[in-house]
Ligand binder design. Structure first.
Ligand code: DP6
Length: 315
């Protein structure tokens, strides 16, 4: 029987965002980012050696340029044979729910074990980053930071340090027209606001780090919402404009703002897609779910806790 290795990883949601690259060949971000890893949403990736590289996502054969490039570049320095990759996601692929983050994290974990590469967790994170920079963060659980100069993600605090809830309103699951990598390059070269966005990123990151260490919800809420809106402003001011939101995205955001104004501990964030992620304290979770369900329907709501690091589940 062919030997196989299975790794499991979870998507993550950035509270302080990565949007823009300083070097697209090495996939080096131009902004530090800070995320929480999600429980419940899971990517399971099984690899085994094969005649040629093949990829199956949820049972469907897929050609993926990013994965081919990732494997080719890893093979320049490490002994990695051709592989069959079988990935199962229990959430929508490429719809702003960080499927590439969990995907590259699980794949890099599996490669490390299957081919006995002997990488440390930090090294695994930096290899995963070359596939997708947000994947560097999904190697770890809890609150995670990714910053230069080495761009290896580091765990900040464990999931139980501050047991926040993440309520995701899935507005639609169409595959986005402009992927993150391309969108970032468009923004970098055309948005008049791009340089200000990059200039303020380290300060946002440092202040969010302090807010997390102090468990200061209001401070983290302010910083995260503003950081998200600054990223969105660079996207929509790009040429061509990158408009990832849908009308229901804004409807959800308005409700979250109303809840917050009425004293609930909740804030919003969005990424390169229409989905809305509401971060809240456990005591506000029921009200947040009710409000967001009134826009997208309760079957399109997923509520998660903060999740654990990526791991090998079979070898
Ligand atoms: C908006 O990590 O998908 O979700 O490195 O080009 O693969 P590449 O980009 P990716 O971008 C994520 C962008 C974001 C913000 C974030 O997760 O920090």
């Amino acid at each position: 029987m062919t030997r196989s290795t299975t790794a499991c990883a979870h998507p993550n949601i950035a509270l302080i965002k990565y949007w823009g690259k300083s070097n697209s060949d090495l996939n080096l971000p131009s902004t530090p980012s800070l995320s929480i890893t999600l429980s419940k949403l899971t990517t399971r990736t099984t690899i085994s050696t094969s005649e040629i590289d093949v990829l199956y996502i949820n049972g469907q054969s897929v050609q993926d340029e990013k994965i081919s490039q990732f494997l080719n570049s890893l093979r320049q320095t490490h002994s990695v044979k051709n592989i069959r990759i079988e990935t199962e996601n229990n959430f929508p692929t490429s719809a702003g729910l960080a499927s590439s983050a969990a995907g590259f994290a699980a794949l890099t974990m599996a490669l490390n074990t299957h081919f006995s590469l002997g990488f440390s967790k930090r090294k695994i994170s930096s290899i995963a980053r070359t596939g997708s920079a947000s994947a560097a963060r999904s190697i770890h659980g809890g609150f995670v930071g990714l910053q230069g100069p080495d761009w290896e993600a580091e765990p900040i605090v464990k999931p139980d340090y501050w047991p926040l809830r993440i309520v995701i309103a899935t507005v639609n699951i169409e595959k986005k027209k402009t992927g993150s990598s391309k969108g970032m390059e468009i923004t970098r070269f055309t948005s008049p606001f791009y340089q200000s966005w990059v200039n303020e990123a380290q300060k946002d990151f440092d202040e969010a780090l302090t807010a997390i260490k102090n468990r200061d919800f209001d401070k983290l809420a302010d910083l995260s919402e503003k950081n998200c809106l600054k990223m969105i402003a660079t996207m929509i001011s790009s040429d061509p404009p990158l408009i990832y939101w849908a009308p229901a995205t804004l409807a959800c955001i308005q409700l979250i703002r109303e809840l917050r104004n009425s004293g609930q501990a909740v804030f919003f964030t969005t990424d390169a897609g229409p989905q809305v992620k509401a971060i809240c304290l456990p005591e506000s979770e029921a009200k947040v779910i009710e409000a967001l369900a009134s826009v997208v329907g309760s079957k399109n709501i997923t509520s998660c806790e903060i999740g654990d690091e990526a791991e090998i589940i079979q070898n």
